[in-house]
Design a protein around this ligand. Structure first.
Ligand code: SF4
Ligand code: SF4
Length: 364
């Protein structure tokens, strides 16, 4: 568990059942806005993380409520504590899904802070390799980040990669680390996004809790798509209004990426620490349509990035042959949604696999 903090100043007026972005419910604290947002004009004091002990860095991350800034949002201090052997630290600045610009924007807007966040994680992990992956097609100047990171972290490897969708982060990094090292033992890799590295920097160096994050607000139904910095708990309706509002009625509003995101119940649901995008999609973008019978075209198998045969898995699951589906690779499904997107019969394959216990890919 990670600590939680009020994202705005105010007074607690109650505790009630609140709605989560995915339509679920959870206890929530109601705040009446009041007081001041800043620290009475004082400049934030900076703590010297490069002389801090490992346990103090972990305590700081826990107390400031830092979790991974993407699903599944596991507490960063727990992940770091469970990763004892020095292996490889990877900063992954490449999005796994189209339309998302969050990580590129963080690298462009906060290069020094992301580099320091990476330095903090490197101090805990003492990795033998540090690799920075950057999106070759994001159109941002990564030189300021590279320069800041090289000053702090001398043995740095920078790689610009072209994005490919869907992308299995785990499989990609495994292949990357194995390159040119055939026969040598696999290096354990700790993978972190620029947003998570930024949150680590703010927690440890500025003693600032995880109160706000960058996120993409886009999709064909948003008037002026943008990457915004927003407080945790801001309603998605307010974010869309900040981008000029909607162009007509969206077909659906998705929290997260277009392949793996979840449909938002309505515009009042809040963003959380793991919401990296709010996408208001138009009808052509969702490729909405009625479900038809499978025509055995094989497009779902061609689209699957982990080599599964989704149509065969579906048939097994429909017949209740779950163990057989598992032996045919269901646990390897990363729920990327590519099969459902490719299917001309609009069969909700990925939703079916999720309902039968396939688990979204874990980043490390
Ligand atoms: S959702 Fe699962 S089965 Fe479908 S393409 Fe992605 S990994 Fe393959
Ligand atoms: S893409 Fe759809 S229609 Fe084609 S084989 Fe797969 S499930 Fe059947």
């Amino acid at each position: 568990m990670a600590a939680i903090h009020a994202p705005v100043p105010g007074r607690v007026t109650g505790i009630q059942v609140g709605r989560l972005p995915d339509g679920g419910e959870s206890s929530s604290v109601v705040l009446r806005l009041g007081g001041s947002f800043d620290r009475l004009g004082k400049r934030a004091e900076k703590y010297l993380w490069n002389s801090m002990a490992r346990k103090d860095i972990l305590s700081s991350l826990r107390d400031k409520g830092v979790v991974e800034a993407e699903e599944p949002g596991r507490p960063l201090h727990e992940l770091l504590a469970s990763f004892s052997s020095a292996g490889c630290l990877v900063l992954d600045g490449v999005e796994n899904e189209p339309w998302l610009r969050t990580e590129a924007a963080v690298l462009a807007a906060r290069p020094d802070e992301v580099a320091e966040g990476l330095g903090i994680l490197a101090r805990v992990l003492e990795p033998s390799r540090i690799i920075c992956l950057m999106d070759a097609e994001a159109g941002i100047d990564t030189a300021p980040f590279a320069e800041a990171a090289r000053t702090l972290l001398p043995p740095l490897e920078e790689l610009k990669v072209a994005p490919r969708y869907p992308r299995s982060r785990k499989a990609f990094i495994k292949a990357l680390l194995a390159r040119g090292r055939r026969g040598t033992p696999e290096l354990p890799a700790f993978v972190v996004s620029p947003s998570s590295a930024l949150a680590a920097f703010e927690a440890v160096s500025l003693a600032k809790p995880f109160l706000e994050r960058y996120l993409t607000v886009g999709g064909g139904a948003v008037l002026h798509p943008a990457v915004l910095k927003a407080r945790i708990g801001t309603s998605i309706g307010d974010l869309i209004a900040e981008c000029g509002g909607l162009k007509g009625r969206p077909e659906c509003i998705v929290l997260g990426g277009p392949f793996t995101g979840t449909a938002a119940a309505d515009l009042d649901v809040p963003i959380t620490k793991t919401t990296k995008a709010v996408l208001a999609l138009s009808a052509p973008e969702t490729r909405a349509g009625r479900e038809h019978a499978c025509i055995r075209c094989g497009r779902c198998a061609d689209a699957c990035p982990v080599g599964l045969d989704p149509e065969h898995l579906l048939r097994l699951l429909e017949k209740g042959r779950i163990e057989e589906a598992e032996s045919f690779g269901l646990p390897r499904c990363i729920l990327c949604g590519a099969c459902a997107y490719a299917c001309p019969s609009r069969i909700p394959l990925a939703q079916c696999f999720a309902a039968h216990g396939a688990r979204a890919e874990e980043g490390r």
